[in-house]
Ligand binder design. Structure first.
Ligand SMILES: [Zn+2]
Ligand SMILES: [Zn+2]
Length: 415
């Protein structure tokens, strides 16, 4: 039996909350979790079976990926034409029609990123299960958390239901194995993401990699693994991230990405999102037109989903980020506490990805209707809209919430 490692999350120790910047004394046993008492951010969470279960989920996910990738996704039948689609044919259709930007976005977000994530996870958890060090264990763990927020399989799965409802109006549709498998794949990925949290994972990786680890109760801590570090360390001795008292240029980077997002938001709404055509007529529609048409056709549920994902959420993200940036710089109002602003930031980070629904729906419709008899094409707004989603996600990522708490404390000490 090993003696507990000094960095083990099971021992009481001081860690730094990455959201509010406070020092917190916490510990958690297997199957427990510990939250920050000030802001409520979860700091330690260890599953009942933290290594083996996510490992098995990841293996299962890789098996499910086979029918997802090569099974048939949907078949569309119209009186004159019929189309049978798999994922590779969908990407191929996009490339054939010169939509390489959309083809790449779909390939990276729904295929390459999750696959890379699963392989890294198996590598890291494999080392944990064998209790042995492996080369690049800590960099692999760092990449795991970088990739986590860019997994968009769940969004693609929901988009395919929305697309199904839209296609049913025009044609007969049948769904294949790949369609059902993608839901299982999405659920497995969500469960895996939930089961790996940074603090315990880095503690274990650091223990195995036997580096010259230093841990102290000084005031500086690592925002990625939450461990406290000696003040003069440039890099975290535990996870290897650069130690920053505050994220460098947080406000500048966050503002720059937000400005770029606002600029892209204008063409995203004014240019056509989708161009539908048949031999008689060609209709190009903007995001808002699309929602109105759905509403008029009494597709209320889809109209509400597309309205929320494409209009409400991007606007909420932009306005929310403006409020956060102004509050961090000037402290907008005494009435909004740092706690509420942190919650706003958490919401913005969480909803960010869901705006991709409309883009994925357009991609699926394009793949389904790609003959001159019935054709759906992506308008130029899709590129700007994808950029809005990515840029607002980056803006939220670079925003350091600790600045909000710092501002509140400074103000409190004045009075
Ligand atoms: Zn906190
Ligand atoms: Zn660290």
């Amino acid at each position: 039996m090993h003696a507990p490692h000094p960095l083990s999350p099971h021992n009481d120790h001081i860690l730094g909350c990455p959201e509010c910047g406070q020092a917190v004394c916490a510990a958690a046993e297997i199957g427990e979790m510990a939250d920050c008492p000030a802001c409520g951010k979860n700091l330690i969470r260890i599953e009942k079976n933290p290594y083996l279960l996510p490992f098995l989920y990841a293996i299962t996910a890789l098996f499910v990926l086979l029918p997802v990738s090569f099974g048939f996704f949907l078949a569309v039948r119209m009186p004159t034409v019929s189309e049978r689609l798999t994922f590779p044919t969908m990407v191929h259709n996009l490339l054939r029609q010169d939509y390489s930007f959309l083809a790449n976005a779909m390939f990276i977000l729904t295929f390459a990123t999750p696959l890379f994530f699963l392989i890294l996870l198996l590598y890291v958890l494999g080392a944990f299960i064998h209790n042995k060090n492996r080369p690049f264990l800590l960099p692999a763990a760092r990449w795991l958390f970088r990739l986590k927020q860019w997994l968009m399989v769940d969004i693609f799965a929901v988009s395919s239901i929305v697309a199904l409802i839209k296609i049913k109006v025009y044609a007969e549709v049948a769904f294949g194995l790949s369609f059902y498998a993608i839901f299982i794949y999405a659920i497995l990925l969500a469960r895996i993401s939930q089961s790996i949290t940074p603090h315990w994972l880095f503690a274990k990786a650091a223990e195995l990699s036997n580096k010259n680890i230093t841990y102290s109760n000084n005031t500086v801590f690592c925002h990625r693994c939450f461990f406290r570090q000696p003040e003069n360390n440039a890099r975290c001795s535990i996870c290897g991230t650069f130690i920053l008292f505050r994220r460098t240029h947080s406000l500048m980077l966050s503002t720059a990405f937000l400005m770029a997002a606002i600029i892209c938001y204008i063409p995203a709404n004014l240019l056509p999102m989708m161009i539908t055509s048949d031999p008689r007529v060609t209709i190009s529609s903007q995001i808002f037109d699309g929602v109105l048409t759905l509403w008029r056709n009494k597709d209320y549920l889809v109209a509400v989903i597309i309205f929320s994902a494409s209009i409400a959420v991007p606007l909420l993200k932009i306005v929310g980020m403006i409020i956060l940036l102004l509050s961090a710089k000037f402290r907008l109002s005494e009435k909004i506490s740092a706690h509420q602003l942190s919650l706003l930031h958490r919401v913005i980070e969480w909803v960010g990805r869901w705006s991709m629904i409309d883009i994925f729906v357009t991609i699926i419709l394009m793949a389904a209707f790609s003959t001159p008899i019935a054709k759906v094409e992506a308008g130029s707004a899709t590129i700007y809209f994808t950029l809005v989603v990515v840029l607002t996600m980056l803006s939220a990522y670079f925003f350091d919430t600790r600045l909000l708490w710092e501002k509140e404390q400074k103000n409190a000490s004045i009075f």
